[in-house]
Design a binder for this molecule. Structure first.
Ligand SMILES: [Zn+2]
Length: 123
């Protein structure tokens, strides 16, 4: 596969991913909002409130993680417009094709990512 056709495939995958994440985010937000209304109900028992709070917390955590993924996907898609897609944000070298295939919104090449991971562990 040429780099060009690989990038086209990845761009299509990222667009699908963005669509999927946006739909997921909408569903989670709708559920969270209906949960918020339930929380204000005067009929809730203590135990039910506790489980609702836990569900609400996990919904919020889920929403955060979807938002984060969405930001990553959108940033990757913007790079297609700028012509910088597939380039490492740190060293500017092309990111390995296999890495992009596994992780289309990767921002760092494998060696920069490895270095970053080592850095994080050292801190
Ligand atoms: Zn790099």
């Amino acid at each position: 596969m040429t780099t060009q056709s690989l990038y086209e495939t990845l761009q299509a995958r990222l667009k699908e991913e963005r669509q999927r994440l946006m739909e997921q985010l909408e569903q989670v937000r709708a559920r969270r909002e209906s949960g918020n209304r339930l929380e204000g109900s005067p009929f809730g028992k203590r135990e039910e409130e506790a489980s609702e709070t836990t569900e609400l917390e996990s919904l919020i955590a889920f929403e955060d993680s979807i938002s984060e993924q969405l930001v990553g996907v959108e940033r990757a898609l913007e790079k297609f417009d700028k012509g910088t897609y597939g380039l490492c944000e740190k060293c500017g070298r092309p990111i390995e094709a296999a890495r992009l295939e596994a992780l289309p919104d990767a921002t760092l090449c494998l060696s920069c990512k490895t270095a970053q991971a080592k850095d994080a562990r050292a801190r």
